[in-house]
Design a protein around this ligand. Structure first.
Ligand SMILES: [Zn+2]
Length: 616
């Protein structure tokens, strides 16, 4: 095919995609989201999934490609990294082998860790239990339970790596799930999962019941002492502790939580600085643990570890987990096995898969410590977890690389790093509908252009504004600028807190989504400006999209709107509203466009039409 024919094909396919999902019978000035995405759910019915959107559609296409790459037989041409990735995938796909091992690998691991009290019954040795020790051991398997711990760029000196501590996430998606009276069903499903898990591991629900009731009770107390997300947005307002001493021997040991503030670091140990994002929580945690029986604390730590491992075992374990997921998020069936395994390998060895995806050579040495066995999925997963935990702590001996990416190529997303002051666009998002070299520029500016604008704007949102050009936490604005910023931010808080999502009856949390809403609004504005500038410099568009009768400016906004087409189950929407950083997509479109004079001009929206309010 000639380049011209190929370009025609790309344009026709894009026109077809855009026409399919839009509903042109809706007035774009009344509800632009319905106009742009009104038929999305007919074209892509949700069926048994929890959510579906433009990003997931692209991810699916990408996963098909990755599947083919991973399923190619191992050859002598393959690099060491490629062999590692293919072996990991093979192990994940060998369901027969996984089934034949049953829960034995997990039980073996639990005994090595000192035993899960609920399984051990009276035989569990309470005397020998030390919560800090178990928490640290589980951290070595990359599990953040009770505390979240990682190595990242220091917020006050972004060229140094430093240990950071924060409050953890819980076994249900957010604190409300433990606290709200209306959430009883979710807690029941969670309890059901605990009891089923115990049963699969050989203890009857009757025997396990009391222990698991205590675990749930303990986790409810944890939910209460977590600081709500709304109160965590201003970093400099958080209670800091300057340093902690950490024992480094022969690998990382946990900080001594109880004595850190009073005792000086002992001379024999290396002194290290630690950033604590949740000092209040940690103080309360120590008290809560003192008031809770060792048995319950151990049961809880192990439970959270076991819950994370259920996906790596046979069908019965996966089914138990799926029942829970269905009630929690509304997805009625598990994804096909190959999808699970592709996203597992891509999530863990993203650089290796990415190098296959973009057909680039990947340095052989980087994964030298990994050695997988294609008939031992469970232990492969465990090794992978240990590898991640080691890799993050290895960073401590290195300076922060300001050019190294924190995402991998085969990913459909985009990022901003506040410590590196860097925007990242993986290869996975550089495709239609976001971008294509054959597109008229209106589509590229309305697609990837707006995404680029969004990521740049994160450097100036309510979080990013607290970091200077080098990624250090520091007020680099005048007090007057800060005060003007909050005047405008308040306006945005008012606007977004009025949006109510019908399927849940809940209003958007305008505080938690503020940073993203700012980035959405600013991103659209600068991408539109850039597009106008491009037209001026290049004498306008020469490419037209077939089968459409819209102006190029209208196309800019239509492509932007369609990037956000989505459909969610009510359960998934509930989680999104409660814990999400982003507004639901419908309001990402309506919120930004109703603030845009340029949008109303492009569609000739009459004054006071819904999308053209006087107050912008
Ligand atoms: Zn964002």
């Amino acid at each position: 095919m000639s380049t011209l024919d190929h370009n025609d094909m790309i344009l026709n396919a894009q026109a077809e995609r855009m026409l399919q999902v839009m509903n042109s019978s809706v007035d774009p000035c009344e509800n632009f989201y319905e106009y742009a995405c009104g038929r999305w759910s007919e074209v892509y019915p949700l069926e048994d999934k929890a959510l579906d959107n433009t990003f997931d559609r692209l991810r699916e296409g990408l996963d098909e490609v990755l599947k083919q790459l991973l399923e190619e037989p191992i050859t002598s041409e393959d690099s060491r990294s490629t062999i590692i990735a293919k072996t990991l995938y093979k192990g994940c796909m060998d369901e027969e082998k996984i089934e034949s091992l049953g829960v034995t690998p997990l039980k073996t691991l639990l005994s090595q860790l000192g035993g899960w009290p609920v399984l051990e019954g009276e035989a569990w040795n309470e005397e020998a239990f030390d919560w800090v020790e178990l928490m640290a051991k589980l951290r070595k398997y990359n599990n953040d339970i009770l505390l979240s711990e990682w190595v990242g760029a220091d917020v006050t000196n972004s060229s140094n790596h430093i240990i950071q501590l924060d409050q953890p996430i819980l076994g249900l998606p957010g604190r409300e799930y433990f606290m709200s009276a209306g959430d009883q069903d979710y807690r029941m499903a969670y309890m059901e999962l605990m009891l089923k898990t115990c049963e699969l591991l050989g203890v009857s629900p009757e025997k396990a019941l009391q222990d698991m009731i205590n675990v749930l009770q303990f986790e409810k107390q944890l939910a209460k002492i977590l600081t709500p997300a709304e109160e965590r947005r201003n970093l400099s307002a958080i209670d800091w502790i300057k340093y902690f001493h950490i024992i480094m021997s022969p690998s990382l040991s946990p900080p001594s939580l109880t004595s850190s503030e009073s005792s000086a670091p002992s001379k024999e140990t290396e002194e290290r600085y630690v950033i604590v994002f949740a000092m209040k929580y940690i103080r309360k945690l120590v008290t809560l643990i003192q008031e809770t029986s060792k048995r319950t604390v151990s049961n809880y730590l192990m439970w959270r570890f076991v819950k994370n491992r259920m996906n790596n075992l046979g069908k019965a374990s996966q089914d138990a987990k799926q029942d829970f997921i269905q009630i929690l998020f509304g997805s009625k069936s598990q994804p096909e096995r190959w999808l699970t395994c592709v996203s597992y390998v891509n999530g863990n060895l993203g650089y290796v898969l990415g190098s296959l995806f973009v057909k680039k050579y990947y340095p052989q040495t980087s994964k030298k410590d990994l050695d997988f066995n294609e008939s031992d999925h469970f232990w492969n997963v465990i090794k992978m977890l240990q590898f991640h935990a080691l890799s993050t702590h290895d960073l401590l001996s290195k300076p922060v690389s300001r050019i190294e990416w924190t995402t991998t190529p085969a990913v459909v997303n985009a990022y901003y790093s506040r410590s590196k002051n860097m925007i990242m666009f993986p290869a996975g998002i550089l495709q239609p509908p976001f971008y294509h070299p054959a597109f008229p520029r209106c589509l590229n500016f309305g697609g990837i252009g707006v995404v680029i604008g969004h990521e740049i704007s994160h450097g100036f949102d309510d979080n990013g504004r607290q970091f200077d050009e080098f990624g250090n936490l520091q007020q680099w604005w005048t007090d007057e600028d800060v005060s003007h910023f909050y005047d405008r931010a308040t306006c945005m808080l008012d606007q977004y807190s009025n949006y109510k999502v019908t399927s849940t009856g809940l209003k958007i949390n305008a505080v938690n989504t503020l940073g993203e809403n700012i980035a959405d609004n600013a991103g659209l504005k600068i991408a539109y400006k850039a597009y106008q500038k491009w037209k001026l410099l290049n004498g306008g568009e020469t490419i037209h999209l077939p089968r459409f009768n819209l102006t190029h400016d209208q196309f800019f906004f239509l492509n932007f709107g369609q990037i956000w087409c989505e459909v969610n189950s009510p359960e998934a929407m509930l989680t999104k509203i409660r814990v999400g950083q982003h507004s639901p997509n419908k309001y990402r479109v309506i919120g930004t466009l109703s603030n845009s004079k340029e949008f109303s001009d492009a569609f000739n929206c009459p004054e006071k039409s819904t999308m053209n309010p006087k107050e912008k």
